[in-house]
Design a protein around this ligand. Sequence first.
Ligand code: F6R
Length: 364
Amino acid sequence: GKGNFRHFMEKELHEHPVVIGDVLHRMIDATTRMPVLPALPFNLARVPRITFSACGSAYYAGLTGKFWLESLSRLPMDADVASEFRYRAPPLPEGGLGLLVSQSGETADTLAALRYMRAEGQKILTILNVPESTMARESDAMLETMAGPEIGVASTKAFTAQLTVMAVFALAVARARGSLADAEIARLCDALLEIPAKAAEILASEAQIRRLAPRIAEAADVLYLGRGACFPIALEGALKLKETSYIHAEGYAAGELKHGPIALIDKSVPVIAICPSGPLFEKTASNLQEVAARGGQVIVFSDAAGAAKLQGIAAETLILPEIDPFAAPILYAIPVQMLAYHVAVMKGTDVDQPRNLAKSVTVE
Ligand code: F6R
């Protein structure tokens, strides 16, 4: 049941700290602070390329993973939405690894992508929440998200569990390939281990997120901006807002704004910036300056240091716990989803069963 919560989506949002903590507990050795994967029937040090495909939020989890994997391990990873992937008939390398991410393990397009990869001679690794699913049966190896049943149609806890598995996987690949020193891998594991407590802090300050909802609920269009590993979190924010509150929203890479979408900006368009402190902060800040200069309402999601730097241009600020940039996308996914939830509640939509949607999309 829903316990004390109004909706399954709300209940599942509140499970983020536990679900993320469970993944970390299973996948990081507490003494060595090193990533641990189950035995795999392929050698991560030898794989020449990863080919990834998924749909919707699961695709965004993989896009974030691509950023981590390529930057930390130097292993190239291709990413396509599953409904497009097989139609471009991509050539896949000998000895390559196919990677699929899915909550249900039944999504028709993702399953078809898996079968294409297998027919092209790839080993198949899946990141799944349902270990009895069709994709699980057709995998060579599986990393389980173990987020528990997700009832709300909009993915919440399964998404942060997918991100967490991807983050640890990227570290494991980096270790297998010797691209990072063990001390650096341990430091990044420590950064991940800080997420559950900080996620709980965010949930405890839910009122700060709810306070932003009226401004979004009255908008006809909302833009989400992010850079690097936070760009897919901007995409996730826009998707979650569209599907739960029926408000038109788009996610953009912050630097892409000036190549067209900036023409949309006026005082009626809220622009939500996912911009934790880190190497990409200053670049995003200058993009936000451009938005503010055109009268856009900038809503900043950052830590105290980042928020202070953007004080002059932000219409609203959500201050989040300070976190290492590596772990930030996982933490920032939480307020992004929670804002969509509160806007949907304010709009009075059917939050757990949005119109026209099904939990598991088994047609192509
Ligand atoms: C968004 C959402 C969908 C799913 C997508 C893939 O909130 O829930 O975009 O992420 O349909 O579903 P799975 O993960 O079951 O393959």
